[in-house]
Design a protein around this ligand. Structure first.
Ligand code: HEM
Length: 427
């Protein structure tokens, strides 16, 4: 397999570090952890800041200082495994992805230096503050349309479907330059990538997702080819210009692959962030009243949501050489599970870490967007979307609340966290 393949299976596991504590049963896919990860994450961290999770085959690192060191040292701790399936793929799914034209290449989150830095130079321009700001009118217009539809349908409503899923998808599709007419098809193709790379889908599910990924990749290739002939004021056009100016820094295949990767990176975690924000704010009526009265509190409130109930609670790395973590000798080839859920609630960094406090002075010290060369390119983008949605809802539906006693479930996966459905009501 080529080193830069977008999704790779890494089935070999070196022996766990000698003397390292082992956990035979804990997995981020366990039902109790999916239900409420934070208490368990803290208990695991307090017992053993670094331990080996046998079920998962990963070394689990739980403390902020260790996570920061891992993020900073991208040569020892490569990000190459972040888009890989966690568990082996079924033969049928492998066969689908073996199609000769399924050839996206690792480009951003999963591409090592120095190539990553060359590519990021172009993508960073596309994510400049001024370009992101140009999306604000679209987010406001489309957000207001979806809220109008919610109000017309009447209280109560399921808000993932009504607002939190369609808006981030459509926003990133407009940013990339996809035509509006393709939105429904695109949302369908991208929806299950979370299961493929971070979940434990059945063989049948893997095959269905693989077929969608193949269809989506083919779409991205056709789209990029069409853009070449017909440029617009969009990110894909900018990437193509960047490629033409310096084809050695960013190849045409890499442009296609950025388009392929971004459509997942750009909306799934934002949908969750919007829902998690509502889950944090709406039940605390006095906090919601403060937000309604003073929207300038929203940016720090979103940082606190990213710390306390983040839409991404882990990320991965792979050791490239023998190294050391937490006093243990870690062999090259070890898969690392970086547990944000424990680090974001560390009491030596955050006072009363289990308390949700929109006025917390250091709320933004969370690790939810990573750190270092791969720091989330869309962090400002994501925060702006969540801020605008919160602002629009606070202004237009101040009586918004969560429907009481609803069953809230989370999609089984090792990284992304947001409710599958969220019922809201208003007066
Ligand atoms: C709440 C929402 C989001 C969260 C929690 C999140 C989190 C992350 C994390 C943890 C990383 C890996 C950082 C590292 O390895 O150091 C990452 C990378 C990335 N994110 Fe996000 N993200 C979010 C939204 C977005 C959005 C909206 C976009 C694009 C529109 C985006 C685009 C990217 C890209 C392109 C990378 C790879 C950057 C690189 O390797 O240079 N993300 N994100």
């Amino acid at each position: 397999m080529s080193d830069n393949k977008y999704h790779q299976e890494r089935l070999e596991r070196p022996a766990p570090p000698p003397g390292c504590p082992m956990h035979a049963t804990w997995s981020p896919l366990n039902e109790d952890y999916l239900d409420e990860p934070y208490r368990i994450a803290a208990e695991l961290r307090d017992a053993h800041p670094v331990f080996y999770a046998e079920e998962l085959g990963y070394l689990v690192v739980t403390k902020m200082e260790d996570l920061e060191r891992i993020f900073a040292d991208h040569e020892t701790f490569a990000s190459v495994n972040v888009q890989d399936p966690v568990f082996p793929l079924a033969a049928e799914a492998q066969a689908v992805l073996a199609a000769p034209d399924f050839n996206p290449t690792a480009v951003m989150s999963n591409r090592p230096e120095p190539d990553h830095g060359k590519i990021r130079k172009y993508t960073r321009q596309g994510f400049s503050n001024s370009r992101i700001k140009t999306l604000e009118p679209f987010i406001r217009r489309r957000g207001n349309e979806l809220i109008d539809q919610m109000l017309r349908s009447g209280s109560p409503i399921e808000i993932v479907d009504a607002l939190a899923f369609p808006l981030p998808g459509e926003t990133v599709f407009r940013f990339i330059g996809f035509p509006e007419a393709d939105d429904e098809m695109l949302k369908h193709w991208c929806g299950d990538r979370k299961a493929f790379s971070w979940g434990k889908p059945t063989g049948q599910e893997q095959t269905e997702i693989a077929e969608q990924m193949l269809a989506y990749w083919r779409y991205c290739r056709d789209f990029t080819a069409a853009k070449q002939a017909n440029r617009g004021d969009d990110f894909a056009s900018e990437l193509l210009t960047g490629h033409e100016e310096n084809p050695d820094d960013m190849t045409y295949r890499e442009v296609e692959s950025i388009v392929y990767g971004l459509s997942f990176a750009g909306h799934e975690a934002v949908t969750a962030l919007i829902c998690n924000t509502l889950q944090c704010l709406l039940p605390r009526r006095e906090v919601w009243a403060e937000i309604v009265a003073d929207p300038s509190l929203i940016p720090n409130a979103i940082e606190e949501v990213l710390r306390w109930h983040s839409s991404q609670i882990s990320w991965r790395r792979l050791t490239t050489v023998d190294t050391e973590i937490g006093g243990y000798d870690v062999p090259a080839g070890t898969q690392i599970f970086m547990n944000f859920a424990s680090a974001n609630r560390q009491s030596d960094i955050f006072d009363n870490p289990d308390e949700f406090d929109i006025h917390r002075p250091n709320a933004a010290h969370h690790i939810s967007f990573g750190k270092g060369v791969h720091y989330c390119l869309g962090a400002k983008f994501a925060k702006m979307e969540a801020q605008l949605v919160t602002e629009m809802l606070a202004e237009r539906i101040p009586s918004l609340r969560l429907v009481e006693d609803q069953d809230i479930s989370y999609f089984p996966n090792i990284t992304f966290r947001g409710p599958n459905t969220l019922q809201v009501a208003w007066d």
